[in-house]
Design a protein around this ligand. Structure first.
Ligand SMILES: C[S@@+](CC[C@H](N)C(=O)[O-])C[C@H]1O[C@@H](n2cnc3c(N)ncnc32)[C@H](O)[C@@H]1O
Length: 265
């Protein structure tokens, strides 16, 4: 039996999960991850698999994929998508667990955490925990790919300029009978730890009337190109590739920071 993190936290996505897949602005990362599958029988661990956006896209192209997430609400949606692709349990598994503390008997050829999952780890102790567990779970020669967003400005400017009042509209999509919007509010910043605390506000309108509002409180730890690389190296890994986005951007120049690394020799 696979072992999982034993501590399950409160699900901050309980009410918000059902809006997640409506986002029209997901990064175009699926071809990227697919191209980095080392073989068609590779074993893959996906940390923070959420609703299975990437899991179900990769599952038919690898030997085995295990998706793990902390949120029961996200996993419920993930499980129903996985059931539809109809692969045997030897090919795809989903479990609840904390990515800062996990263990598996199996080793993985590739470990991924798409769409900035790492940034949800608020404390450095949690980040250390994740990198320690990754090390234990990688197969010989295996690699891990982690991704964060590249901050829009330097650290000093972020510290002083991130916290602005008001709400910004991220996206809005039509749904049956109305529309759903997602905005963010910038609530707090920990300037020392470089953790930002945005709220995501989902609103569903029935016709013109507001029918529902759900607020999700997020924490996102910020990384810069050098600090991200240093973090990975400090945990005894060697970096094999780096990218700045999914459209061929150079590391440090695009919207994302993406590192692929393996256990150092
Ligand atoms: C932005 S979503 C990304 C979901 C998916 N990887 C994707 O690309 O669509 C972040 C996911 O990370 C999960 N997550 C955050 N912290 C976690 C933790 N400590 N352990 C496991 N999952 C976590 C959340 O529940 C959420 O599903």
């Amino acid at each position: 039996m696979e072992l999982q993190g034993d501590e399950v936290k409160t699900d901050i996505r309980d009410d918000a999960a059902r809006f997640y897949d409506l986002n029209p602005g997901f990064p175009e990362d699926i071809p990227f991850y697919r191209s980095l599958l080392p073989s068609s029988d590779a074993t893959v661990l996906e940390l923070g698999c959420g609703t299975g956006r990437v899991t179900v896209a990769l599952a038919p192209h690898c030997g085995f994929i295990h998706g793990m997430d902390l949120s029961p609400a996200m996993l419920e949606l993930c499980r129903s998508k996985v059931a539809k692709i109809d692969l045997p349990t030897e090919r795809v598994a989903i479990s609840i667990g904390d990515i800062s503390s996990f263990a598996f008997k199996r080793r993985f050829d590739l470990i991924i955490a798409p769409f900035r999952v790492l940034q949800n780890l608020e404390t450095i102790a949690e980040v250390d925990g994740l990198l320690h567990c990754v090390r234990e779970c990688l197969a010989p020669g295996g690699t891990c790919i982690l991704n964060v967003f590249r901050p829009f400005c330097g650290p000093d400017e972020l510290r002083e300029g991130w916290l602005v009042p008001g709400e910004r509209l991220n996206w809005e999509v039509p749904v049956e009978g109305g529309r759903v919007s997602c905005s963010d509010r910038r609530v707090r910043i920990d300037k020392e730890q470089m953790v930002i605390y945005p709220d995501l506000v989902y609103r569903r309108y029935q016709g013109l009337a507001l029918a529902e509002e759900v607020v999700m409180h997020l924490a996102m730890r910020c990384y810069y190109p050098e600090t991200f690389e240093q973090l990975v190296r400090d945990h005894g890994f060697e970096i094999v590739s780096r990218w700045g986005g999914y459209q061929g951007e150079q590391y440090g120049e695009g919207p994302e920071l993406i590192l692929q690394f393996r256990v150092g020799s």
